[in-house]
Design a protein around this ligand. Structure first.
Ligand code: ADP
Ligand code: MG
Length: 249
């Protein structure tokens, strides 16, 4: 099986006038299609820095990233934007919804940047809202009228509207009480059953324990849970037929 996410020996160094901050150290991690992986570790350990790289919002200072077999370093900015839009749905701790728009308008937003015809956009949003089980009578409510748990489910619906194979969620339950957080976790489990690959970042070990695999990161180093496939180097566009021998370390 070819991992959908495969990062090898990644470093991230931030440079500023104050000096260099070496935040990620030799991070290697692979995620197989359909897996639900939690990345856990204390605050400041580099989880969001890693997530930004996984989501192609940031690039490694050194090391490789293969996203669905594509070498991210070889993509130009337009290709990267397209790959990101088609491959990845993002969910954040603070929901990042537009409060003055309605639920369904928020969910349709990502489609404005695609070639999905206008006539199909609403239907896509309806499917996404059904997937997160938000009641129909809430769909025309403004975001500001919703509870936190409902807001996060709208954010998940927005992440789903392009039907990406991968969902990246950075502390999605961080602003929710534990009962509401549990409902949001149920939504992620449902999405996994529908075939999505989920990478969820959390500092909460209880939440991390719900995933198939928990990867622990401390001071920018992976301590536990990385799965590194021993595969031949993949070539752009010619990756599907490659044999792969996997081993857990
Ligand atoms: P976590 O998500 O695990 O709490 P982060 O990845 O947000 O941790 O941050 C890890 C470390 O990297 C922190 O010390 C943070 O200050 C630092 N950091 C994050 N982004 C930058 C940046 N753009 N420039 C400099 N330092 C950064
Ligand atoms: Mg963070």
């Amino acid at each position: 099986m070819r991992p959908v996410i495969d990062i090898r020996n990644v470093h991230r160094i931030f440079e500023s006038e104050a000096g260099c901050a070496h935040i990620l150290h030799n991070v290697s991690l692979a995620v197989n299609p359909g897996e639900f992986v939690a990345i856990t570790g204390p605050s400041g350990s580099g989880k969001s820095t890693l997530m930004n790289i996984l989501g192609c919002l940031d690039k490694p200072t050194a090391g490789d990233y293969y996203l669905q077999g594509l070498n991210v370093a070889e993509l130009d900015d337009d290709e990267l934007t397209e790959v990101r839009a088609l491959s990845i749905g993002f969910v954040f701790q603070s929901f990042n919804l537009l409060p003055r728009l309605t639920v369904i308008e928020n969910v349709m937003l990502p489609l404005a940047y695609t070639n999905v015809p206008r006539s199909q956009r609403e239907m896509r949003a309806v499917h996404a809202l059904q997937a997160v089980t938000l009641p129909v009578d809430h769909w025309d409510h403004r975001i500001s009228e919703l509870s936190g748990g409902q807001m996060q489910r709208v954010a998940i619906a927005r992440a789903l509207v392009n039907d990406p194979p991968i969902i990246l969620a950075d502390e999605p339950t961080g602003n929710l009480d534990s009962a509401t957080g549990a409902l949001v976790m149920e939504t992620f489990h449902k999405l996994q059953k529908r075939g999505k690959t989920i990478v969820l970042i959390t500092h909460d070990p209880g939440i991390a324990a719900e995933a198939d695999r928990a990867v622990t990161i401390r001071d920018g180093r992976i301590h536990d849970g990385a799965y590194i496939p021993h595969a031949p180097r993949t070539l752009r566009g010619a990756v599907d037929s490659l044999p792969m021998i996997s081993a857990s370390i």
